[in-house]
Design a binder for this molecule. Structure first.
Ligand SMILES: Cc1ncc(COP(=O)(O)O)c(C=O)c1O
Length: 315
């Protein structure tokens, strides 16, 4: 597992925002911003505050409140769009066109990708400068999957790694336009309008890089699977209980996806696989209510403590 939750705002999006906003400074843009499913909002806002630039975030109203508070804390202005992520993204694009503003995932997106690809560099570096057999990646717009591919290809060109890496993607069943295209053998993406998933950070119905992600998966002989909310919650719980890692649903999909790939015999027994864990569970604290027992509430007395221990069968 490659966990990427210890960046300044606790998701891999810091990599993307950091490079994009450095370029915005170089281009002397007046302000920066983004359209976001949650994580990019905090990352853009934090790096904008460090750069001393005003920041405008466009998000669909359904985004988790914790993530919005996180972005607000850095001083960003947030525009909540009554619609989907795709509609928020469209408004953000119009805003960028009419003002001298760098929207990190729109008009300065190439630099955003340059930041994301460093995850591929780090995976190979941490393996002692070699590549794994297979990398499993959460997909929303599909940009991260392509950025990993770009990073690996650059290392290969430089002669720092050799060998082919299978690249696979996972989406939540309630929003899986890229996986559906893969499974149905289509070369184009049919946008999903009725989105329903607890992995809110992956809720992009019309993924901008979807077609390219499809091509990358095919070219690298990877695969694509979708996972149910129950399977995602199972992965969140297992990561916490078996590994001590608290990961948000959008990041934990890769573990649920790995399980599915094993069941469907889509991977070889001896493959060395890296699953990306891309966001911290602290960003979606409400999720745990689905799988943890309520805390005990007792009075400060030995009698009450004993009663509790009896319930727990520890007495
Ligand atoms: C935690 C997390 N993982 C993965 C992704 C996927 O990113 P992409 O849109 O590049 O496919 C996102 C997107 O917001 C995310 O928030």
């Amino acid at each position: 597992m490659k966990e990427d939750i210890t960046n300044p705002t606790h998701s891999f999006k810091d990599r993307a925002a950091s490079v994009a906003i450095s370029k915005a400074l170089e281009f002397k843009l007046n302000a920066v911003g983004c359209a976001s499913t949650g994580n990019l909002a905090a990352a853009t806002a934090a790096h904008a505050s460090r750069a001393g630039l005003p920041c405008y975030i466009f998000a669909p109203v359904g985004v988790e409140r914790e993530k919005l508070s996180h972005a607000l804390s850095y001083g960003a202005r947030i525009v909540l769009v009554e619609g989907t992520y795709d509609e928020a993204n469209w408004i953000a694009s119009r805003f960028a066109e009419e003002h001298n503003v760098g929207i990190v995932n729109v008009n300065i997106r190439p630099y955003y990708v340059e930041g994301s690809k460093t995850l591929a560099f780090e995976i190979c570096e941490q393996l002692g400068w070699r590549s794994p057999d297979h990398i499993i990646i959460p997909m929303a717009s599909g940009a991260l999957l392509n950025a990993i591919d770009k990073g690996l290809n650059e290392l290969k060109t430089l002669g720092l790694i050799d060998g082919d890496v299978r690249i696979s993607g996972v989406q939540p069943e309630g929003c899986s336009p890229i996986v559906s295209a893969y499974r149905e053998g289509r070369e184009y993406i049919k946008p999903v309008r009725d989105i329903n998933t607890i992995a809110v950070s992956l809720a992009i119905g019309n993924p901008g890089d979807g077609v390219y992600a499809l091509r990358t998966i095919h070219r690298t002989r990877g695969t694509a699977v979708s996972v149910t909310d129950q399977e995602i919650l199972g992965a969140v719980r297992d990561l916490a209980r078996l590994e001590g890692l608290f990961i948000e649903p959008g990041g934990a999909v890769t573990i649920a996806g790995l399980r599915k790939m094993v069941e469907e015999r889509l991977i070889e027994k001896d493959e060395e696989i890296v699953c990306l864990l891309t966001g911290s569970g602290l960003k979606t604290p409400h999720i745990i209510q689905h799988y943890v027992p309520q805390p005990f509430i007792i009075k400060p007395s030995i009698g009450e403590l004993k009663k509790m221990l009896e319930v727990e069968k520890l007495a």
